[in-house]
Design a protein around this ligand. Structure first.
Ligand code: AMP
Ligand code: MG
Length: 519
């Protein structure tokens, strides 16, 4: 039997619910409830992250042992595990939603790796908790594959994110009405083991604030700073202020990464916002194919498009405003909170300029370059150009020979391609002039661009193909896709098919361009 070393600070140092078990309830005065995973019929390991396993000191033998699937399917606990579900609230789609909590996520413990790193291991889909609010506490295979793959793909892209250790099929079925249209179906169930130094969300702070429980709020803030921001100095209000400022900056940098790689989170509710600035909760997320700032993958949000691609930097700022509001009782002078929000704006602007310089291959982003990027975005939108293919083509182009032909296969619509050609030609002219005035040598420029413009991203239809195969009983597509996503910036000869633009069949297919929250 394999072993892990645990240091369960969250349940050791913070007040918990005196009642154990999954009875539905409002939980006041406590930050979590102790509850065990509910057993599943036939746990089977479908995929794992080799990097995450190695980090935890788990070898091939451990992964292959039946005990591994039993532990990460929720049927067995390791020594030192103390399962719990966290209690939090949140603003959903702009409205305060009250107590939410981990309705189907159960944390097993905080594992300490050989380098002293802390990894809270959390099963998503492990059964009911006090926070399940009438739902079943389970997760279906399709959404679990998506969360497993995207967690690791984002990590390899260099985007701050929670990780995924394993994907276990449960052998049970779960009933879901995928499009909320009165057609519930049996679907295979699965459990992802997620890993992160902390799963604390903005909503963990909002809930005690909403109940006017300032001592509990303060306890959680002190704990978070001590455990998750140990480098912070100072004391009292100054320390809180510096902490909030850092949360703002981390959030800004993460969202700037999303905009760089074309990721749309899809449900940026405050209960899905990580206090560490990690990308958290992969639900109806999606990747931009044809460049469209108004696109959202989330059918639940299709009407108002609150969480559309181009809106993400503003939504993050709004969410930080909700966090700031919840932290007000910790401050005599709330000017520090406003200063933190200003740090968000400054950090985002700086990260956005760095992105522009990197994606266009410039030594630095000058004031005019922002407008240069905006014109390219406009041409990409008008010409239905694939975001990933466009920037990668630009990265590989020779500065002396810039013509619209270099974008080759990037267009989704021929008519719009023809219409945008003059604008593109004009833009390339401006770009060539700008490059002539830039100090980077061609090889340096190319290296900089190729490190910022991935060749492979987890396009929605690629994940869907792996899902369709897995539904037929062949989980091999999951690991194959993960292997491609391990080196997203490298050309991988023989794997060109993973870099192609979205095929026409995938345009309106569920899972490829439209996703609901049903998972
Ligand atoms: P999400 O939209 O996935 O971030 O979930 C929002 C809230 O609903 C969280 O409190 C989840 O724990 C809860 N939730 C979502 N799906 C389920 C489920 N199948 N069973 C219990 N709770 C769920
Ligand atoms: Mg969530």
């Amino acid at each position: 039997m394999f072993k892990l070393r645990f240091d369960n600070a969250f349940v050791r140092d913070l007040p918990g619910d005196p009642e154990r078990g999954a009875r539905l309830r409002q939980v006041e005065g406590a930050l979590y409830s102790r509850v065990d995973p509910a057993p599943v019929a036939a746990p089977r390991l479908l995929a794992h992250s080799a990097e995450m396993a190695a980090r935890l000191g788990l070898g091939a033998d451990d992964l292959a042992s039946p005990a591994f699937a039993e532990v990460f399917g929720g049927n067995r606990l390791l020594d030192g595990m103390q399962p719990w579900a966290a209690n939090y609230g949140g603003h959903q789609f702009g409205h305060w939603a009250g107590q939410l909590g981990d309705g189907r996520a159960i944390s097993l413990g905080e594992a300490i790796d050989a380098q002293g790193g802390r990894w809270e291991l959390q099963l998503k889909g492990a059964g009911p908790t006090p926070y399940s609010r009438g739902a079943d506490g389970r997760a279906v295979l399709r959404s679990s594959i998506r969360e497993f793959l995207c967690s690791e793909a984002m990590h390899h892209l260099g985007v701050p994110t929670t990780r995924a250790l394993s994907l276990v099929g449960t052998g049970d079925t779960v009933v879901r009405d995928m499009f909320y249209d009165g057609h519930p179906q049996d679907e295979p169930g699965a459990i992802v083991c997620r890993a992160a130094p902390s799963f604390i969300r903005f909503g963990n702070f909002e809930l005690p604030f909403s109940r006017n429980d300032v001592p509990l709020l303060r306890q959680l803030a002190d704990f978070t700073i001590r455990r998750d921001f140990p480098e912070l100095g100072g004391s009292g209000e100054a320390r809180y202020a510096e902490w909030f400022g850092q949360v703002c900056e981390r959030t800004a940098r993460t969202v700037a990464h999303w905009m760089r790689v074309g990721f749309v989170h899809g449900v940026m509710n405050t209960d899905n916002m990580s206090i560490l600035g990690l990308t958290l909760d992969y639900g109806p997320y999606g990747w931009i194919d044809d460049f469209d700032p108004d696109w959202t993958p989330n059918t639940t949000d299709a009407l108002r498009r609150r969480y559309r691609f181009g809106q993400q930097p503003n939504v993050a700022w709004w969410n930080l405003g909700r966090l700031a509001g919840a932290l007000v009782p910790l401050f005599g002078d709330t000017g520090a909170l406003q200063a933190g929000l200003d740090r968000y704006a400054a950090a985002y602007a700086e990260a956005d300029r760095a992105t522009t310089a990197a994606k266009l291959g410039l030594a630095e982003c000058r004031d005019d370059d922002t407008a240069l990027m905006e014109s390219l975005h406009a041409a990409m939108r008008d010409g239905t150009m694939d975001m990933t293919l466009t920037f990668r083509a630009l990265s590989d182009a020779e500065a002396g020979t810039l013509s619209p032909d270099l974008f080759g296969e990037a267009f989704y619509d021929e008519e719009r391609r023809n219409a945008v050609e003059p604008a593109l030609r004009d833009w390339l002219q401006r770009y060539a002039t700008r490059l002539a005035d830039d100090p980077l040598a061609p090889a340096q420029r190319r290296a900089k661009m190729r490190a910022a413009n991935p060749r492979y991203v987890l396009r929605n239809y690629l994940a869907q193909e792996a899902i369709d195969r897995a539904a037929q009983g062949d989980a091999g597509g999951i690991s194959e896709l993960l292997d491609v996503m391990r080196r997203p910036y490298d050309d991988q000869p023989g794997r060109e098919q993973y870099a192609r633009r979205r095929p026409d069949w995938a345009r309106e297919k569920p899972g490829c361009s439209m996703l609901s929250c049903s998972s």
